[in-house]
Design a protein around this ligand. Structure first.
Ligand code: GDP
Ligand code: MN
Length: 397
């Protein structure tokens, strides 16, 4: 589950990770009140107005702006709230901004230059260990840094038994070129950050930029936090932070029905049981010239009700031009699945408005095929995997 910047910062702050302070506002008036409060609390004269949407690159899209007085706070906040923010990470339509974070300006001039770093904590799947990934090139797309100057990205792997050790924190601060107070601050920062990552059951922290202020404090200016979905049952406080407006509406609806659905860009809807078979089905659709419109794992039961729910979810995507059902009848017999498909089809009537190709394999596959063929419904059956994909291709042609 992804969080907004302000929520991520809230979590960091609760683990004593220094953050750029801010207050959320939903209207321009609230923004002015927030700015005044921040000036009282922090002494800041300038404020940064930051769009809160689940997408990076907000600065580039005009979603992060500096205000030098309260009038500017009001004007900028009213511009950003309600806008459809387009960034390199959103669709062409952008993302509607419902709220902004009013922040203290932390790039104030002082005894030394400010510098921006990149620090993330994530799982290295190859080793099964968490690692801190960091770079001197903060404030930039890390993908660009990885492509153009990969030698400027460092990683530090962490032994789960010991956690991040003091020598590792010092190594990170050293590699970032810090000394004196900033060095100490950075070791404190990454140590607290790693503790926060583990204890919040997060699967990713990306802090870009981490700022060294002109008075050598180290703080998180941005926060991209992803909490492991599998831990939400025991992290109720975080689960409540979910903002469904930021998520794909069809995926949210499918999730509520217990269907494992991921929306994709193609035109062939797929209904499959088992994640492995679903992946293989998507590959095969692609190999025969189509593009999968979704990933859908209906799981162990494929009765009429569930099949119908699956069809209806798939058909919410206007790009779907055909549906391929590919189900392996192991525990659930194919004839039961065929019964479910036929009943769902009949129940849906005109709502089922694209060609349907069904491949059932496993226990009683032959009986199931005969049931489909004899049903009188415009459903094509297939026995072999490739045959099914070819039939999909034929209806699309
Ligand atoms: P992103 O573009 O979505 O990654 O949003 P960020 O939170 O990273 O903000 C984008 C950029 O805004 C940062 O890289 C900073 O350069 C700038 N920025 C953020 N906070 C401040 C601030 O307090 N003062 C100034 N002058 N710039 C800031
Ligand atoms: Mn950022």
């Amino acid at each position: 589950m992804n969080l907004h910047e302000y929520q991520g910062k809230e979590i960091l702050n609760s683990f004593d990770v220094r953050i750029q302070r801010g207050i959320v506002a939903h209207t321009a008036e609230e923004a002015v009140v927030a700015a005044k409060k921040l000036t009282e609390d922090t002494g800041t004269g300038w404020h940064v107005i930051k769009a809160q949407v689940h997408a990076g690159g907000r600065g580039k899209g005009g979603g992060v702006k500096l205000a030098k007085n309260l009038d500017e706070v009001k004007t900028i906040a009213s511009q950003i709230i309600g806008m459809d923010l387009i960034t390199p990470q959103t669709s062409a339509a952008g993302k509607r901004v419902h709220q902004v974070l009013i922040c203290e300006d932390v790039y104030y001039p002082g005894e030394s230059e400010t510098s921006e770093f990149y620090v993330s904590v994530l799982l290295n799947r190859a080793t099964g260990r968490n690692m801190v990934m960091y770079s001197t090139e903060g404030g930039m797309d890390i993908e660009t840094v990885a492509e153009e100057t990969p030698h400027l990205i460092f990683t530090e792997e962490i032994d789960p038994a010991t956690g991040l050790l003091p020598f590792q924190a010092r190594k990170i601060a050293f590699n970032l070129g810090l000394s004196g107070l900033a060095f100490k601050e950075m070791t404190k920062f990454v140590t607290a950050l790693y503790t926060a990552y583990v204890q919040s059951d997060s699967s990713m922290f990306e802090i870009n930029p981490v700022l060294k202020t002109s008075d050598n404090l180290i703080m998180a200016v941005d926060a991209k936090v992803t909490i492991d979905d599998n831990a939400l049952f025991r992290r109720k406080k975080y689960a409540e932070m979910r903002d469904l407006r930021e998520e794909n509406a069809i995926e949210v609806e499918a999730g509520a029905l217990g269907l494992n659905y991921v929306d994709l860009d193609g035109n062939v809807g797929c209904m499959v049981n088992g994640a492995g078979l679903a992946m293989a089905t998507m590959d095969l659709i692609k190999m025969s010239g189509g593009e999968p419109a979704n990933f859908l794992d209906v799981g162990g039961t494929a009765d009429a009700e569930r099949v119908e729910a699956g069809f209806r979810i798939i058909l919410k995507d206007p790009n779907v031009k055909a549906i391929l059902v590919n189900i392996f009848g192991g525990i659930v017999r194919c004839d039961r699945v065929a019964e479910g498909i036929i009943a769902a089809f009949k129940n849906m009537g005109d709502d089922m408005n694209v060609p349907l190709i069904v491949r059932l394999q496993g226990t009683n596959a032959d009986i199931a095929k005969k049931m489909i063929d004899d049903s009188g419904l415009p459903v094509q059956s297939a026995t072999a995997f490739k045959e099914a994909a070819d039939k999909v291709e034929a209806v699309l042609a």
